[in-house]
Design a protein around this ligand. Structure first.
Ligand SMILES: [Zn+2]
Length: 450
């Protein structure tokens, strides 16, 4: 067996090193309403609008226009294989209800050929599970027989099957993905997403930006007109064509006059974002343990009950979110209670370091058991209205040394900063990026004075 000469070397490795996949508090776009301290009857209750169905779009499809002649196959020709001089690839996008059998017949190939392909190895056996939207490319030889077919296993790899004389060969072909460094900046007028779009950023990039600074800035409540951002980021090109934006390498966000800066750095064990002085941008606790739409009732230790006309403290924050919204552990810890009561409904309490306990009430479902250790960002339950609640919301409490603190304003414990040699390494990596950011910021201020 010859070495697979088709395989192109990937010049850049696309590691989506979202080392911190669990930080998802943020930005519920429909949330233009911020209803603070709404008085809502005897029990904590909130209106219940119809939830938008949540869907996540993951684009792994092949480019619509394929290069007229796969360079990889030219390479194969050069080594004198049995591959004929090939024409264009014919692309087929799988439609709902379509089978690979059907697609083969439609392309004029036999089903027995398909079965031979499926039997080649574990990768080809995986082709039994195809989904609408999957794309197959075919090439036929002069006699109309299958010369080659390929299927995108993921963004950076094809599964290639070709007819080498009398023999079918399956191999994985790496697609070249190259990262280029880009920069942009924007000023917020109406919304962060509009400003991001004007700056040429995808919504996914705006989310990344908000995730980086979301520990310090509340992107639902704190954003103001005139806030600005500058960023240095990657643009990824696949086989010469723009694929998507990559990682943010460094960014500045100026919120209500206060400047925040973050630089991406791998300190061993994955990349995270650090402030120029080596502080981790991440905190030991999430400010809000879910993606919420708005606050339906604030923290108020002296809340006058609207009906009873007596002081009945509200010891937490009520976050309105559609039923079923995942709720995350605000920090690493141990579940000390996971149960049901008439008042609290399904609830979970987590004990953390430094005598901190976080409490989560009214779940539809609990996802953790008493005694279980949880990571920050791990889903512990889903928003519901069990117990004394007439609409879906999370009642969240932050208790320090037995005292209820306002979860919106309590100082959150920090993660250990970079130190010693690692800090030095970080600072030398950060220096040119910080220079680039300040140049961008000057340019942006200059432009806005024009
Ligand atoms: Zn509450």
């Amino acid at each position: 067996m010859e070495l697979p000469v088709f395989i192109q070397e990937a010049r850049a490795r696309v590691a989506d090193g979202s080392h911190w996949p669990t930080r998802r508090r943020l930005l519920v776009f429909g949330a233009t309403l911020i209803l603070l301290g709404v008085l809502i009857g005897l029990f904590e209750s909130t209106p219940e609008p119809e939830a938008e169905p949540y869907s996540e779009v993951v684009d792994l499809s092949l480019p619509e226009r394929l290069p007229p002649d796969g360079t990889a196959l030219d390479a194969a020709g050069a080594r004198g294989s049995a591959l004929p001089d090939l024409d264009r690839w014919a692309s087929v996008t799988v439609r709902s209800g379509q089978t690979l059998d059907g697609i083969f017949r439609q392309q004029g190939f036999s089903v027995s050929l398909l079965h031979r392909i499926l039997a080649l190895n574990a990768d080809t056996r995986g082709l039994k599970r195809i989904r609408p939207g999957d794309v197959f490319d075919f090439r036929a030889d002069d006699g109309g027989e299958l010369a080659a077919m390929r299927y995108a296993l993921d963004e950076g790899r094809y599964l290639l099957v070709y007819n080498d004389g009398d023999r079918l060969v399956a191999e994985v072909q790496v697609r070249e993905i190259v990262a280029e460094i880009a920069e942009t900046q924007g000023v917020i007028d109406s919304s962060l997403f509009v400003a991001g779009k004007q700056a040429g950023l995808s919504d996914a990039m705006v989310m990344k930006l908000a995730n980086i600074f979301g520990w310090d800035i509340d992107f639902v409540l704190d954003i103001r007109q005139g806030d600005r951002f500058m960023l240095v980021y990657e643009k990824l090109y696949r086989e010469g064509a723009f694929l998507r934006d990559g990682e943010i390498l460094a960014a500045t966000f100026v919120n209500q006059g206060e400047r925040f800066q973050a630089i991406r750095f791998d300190h061993g064990g994955g990349a995270e974002y650090f402030a120029p002085d080596g502080r981790n941008m991440r905190k030991a606790f999430l400010r809000a343990p879910l993606n919420f739409s708005y606050i339906s009732s604030g923290f108020n230790p002296r809340r006058m009950h609207p009906v009873l006309k007596r002081i009945r403290p509200h010891n937490g924050i009520d976050y309105y979110a559609p039923r079923g919204t995942p709720v995350y552990a605000a920090g690493e810890g141990t579940v000390v209670r996971s149960g049901y009561s008439a008042a609290n409904g399904h609830h979970v309490f987590i004990k953390h370091a430094n005598s901190i306990e976080t409490r989560y009430l009214h779940f539809t479902k609990r996802r953790v058991k008493k005694g279980q250790k949880v990571r920050q960002g791990q889903t512990i339950g889903t928003v519901g209205s069990t117990g004394l609640a007439t609409g879906p919301h999370l009642h969240y409490e932050f208790v320090v040394n037995g005292v209820h603190r306002n979860p919106r304003t309590v100082p959150l414990p920090k993660v250990e900063p970079l130190q010693g040699e690692i800090l030095t390494a970080f600072q030398s990596q950060a220096a040119p990026l910080l220079t680039q950011l300040s140049r961008l910021e000057s340019a942006s201020l200059y432009a806005s004075r024009e």
